[in-house]
Design a protein around this ligand. Structure first.
Ligand SMILES: [Fe+2]
Length: 274
């Protein structure tokens, strides 16, 4: 089973960095001690500390406590025409995805992960035509094996955000529409983790699919390295407006769904009925 990407300490750390709030400032605002906050950031879970600090970081305290207990894991996803590749990158794991229309035998890859050999094998075993690869963003772990894909499929077209150009790739922006056989796909600019991060929403399989890169994780999100506030905003705008049964395909950790993220993702307290 693929591990959940972020534990409570990662979530709290991302929110604190996002709001540029120090341990001392958070202690003063919340009434929790600096020591207990520092210990929480090191993974020592104390539920009263979580309850005190959560509202000051605009995090949902109940789902943050559940993250501390490690008691939630998303439902397994099994959709024909969607496959995830969880590949090892240094001391971590990164995901790539293949989407295909089995009626036409046409496929598109989304990111390469650390190693695209298994993705290439799926293409070959299912006798698919791999026409394109769409990149969610250009952090190295997500595009590490582009050269192998290109040499295996010399006519493959590479698409990337116009805000993160790379050599040899076609540049696309927000609301770019394309198709994979009979499947329709639209790009959405979910930036903030990276400068031009794109989410791809695919319709035509048995469930809608959102390939989100590091915009959102099961129960967390990528760090707001460029802009935390814009990462939250564009996720709310383009991801959390999708139907609840939409599959979330993140760049790290397991797949999830919009409905489950509304209930379990501490970064989006507005969907909880506390
Ligand atoms: Fe990333």
């Amino acid at each position: 089973m693929i591990s959940i990407e972020d534990f409570v300490e990662d979530i709290v750390g991302k929110a604190m960095r996002g709001y540029k709030i120090s341990v001392q400032e958070l202690a003063a605002k919340s009434g929790a001690s600096s020591t207990s906050i520092a210990e929480l950031l090191e993974g020592k879970v104390d539920e009263s500390t979580i309850t005190s600090i959560a509202p000051h970081l605009n995090l949902d305290s109940e789902s943050l406590i559940i993250a501390g207990r490690k008691s939630w894991y998303p439902e397994p996803v099994n959709v024909k025409g969607l496959k995830m590749y969880n590949t090892k990158w240094a001391n971590m794991y990164v995901n790539a995805y293949l989407i295909w229309d089995s009626s036409k035998g046409i496929a598109a890859a989304f990111d390469t992960g650390a190693n695209s050999e298994q993705l290439i094998e799926t293409v070959r075993l299912n006798d698919l035509t791999l026409e394109s690869i769409y990149l969610t963003h250009t952090h190295t772990d997500h595009i590490a094996d582009l050269a192998r894909l290109q040499s295996s499929f010399p006519s493959i077209r590479i698409y990337v955000s116009e805000k993160e150009p790379i050599e040899g790739a076609n540049l696309i922006g927000n609301e770019h529409n394309f198709s994979i056989g009979n499947l329709s796909v639209q790009s959405h600019l979910t930036w903030g983790h990276s400068k031009g991060g794109l989410t791809y929403v695919i319709n035509g399989l048995e469930r809608p699919i959102a390939i989100v890169g590091d915009a959102l994780f099961a129960g967390s999100m990528g760090g707001g390295m460029v802009s935390y506030m814009d990462a939250l905003k564009t996720n709310r705008q383009y991801i959390f407006t999708l139907p609840d049964h939409t599959v979330i395909c993140p760049g790290h950790g397991p797949m999830s769904s919009i409905g489950e993220e509304k209930k379990n993702n501490p970064f989006y307290p507005e969907f909880k009925n506390n």
